[in-house]
Design a protein around this ligand. Sequence first.
Ligand code: E4P
Length: 221
Amino acid sequence: MYYLADTANIEEIEKLLYYFPLEGVTTNPTILAAENKKLSQILPELINLVEGKMLHVQMISNKAERMVDEAKKYREIVADKCDFYAKIPISKEGFRAIPLLKKEGIKVTATAIFTHLQALVAARAGADFVAPYVNRLDNISSHGIEVVGHIVKSFNDFSLPTKVLAASFKTVDQVHRVTLTGCYSATISYELLERLRSHPMTDTSVATFTKDGEDLYDIPF
Ligand code: E4P
């Protein structure tokens, strides 16, 4: 499982890059709105921070051709500093945009996926990643993990090169269960990434080891 941070908060990303094996960052308009900054300000900041890693930026346009223009602009700004993905919500126009973007050599993450079949169609259209929304599915009494499991199975069964980037998590258990589907990657909030890598028993054990060893470890280094 590869981990990406679902945030545009600079401090959070800095801390994660320092302590966590992060593959990149994903954003959407809602995440960006929480930062109270315009895209022209935040995009260069993200590019500098995430240099050399994946950066998934969501398109806001509703027409396929406009999505392509938008993605071309962001790709120009990102240049070769990050591994850029245009996040395309899979509306009718979104599906149409995928092959157009691929023709331009722009990598695509099909987002706002809520069903197994949406993911398959997006993969057939040429998406590099599909992003199924686990918690939003769970919230409507559907089964987010099951949907991801079906997508992973079909991508394997049909030898599709598209990867799954599971998204929308609220609990550590959701991340645990999505990992068991064999899903390639997940994008997770800062707070949840912190929670999934820590355990109070680890803290207690480390404190005991430190105490027991402090007078014993006498070899200078
Ligand atoms: C990421 O690609 C999605 O936009 C994001 O994970 C959605 O998460 P939310 O359901 O917590 O808003």
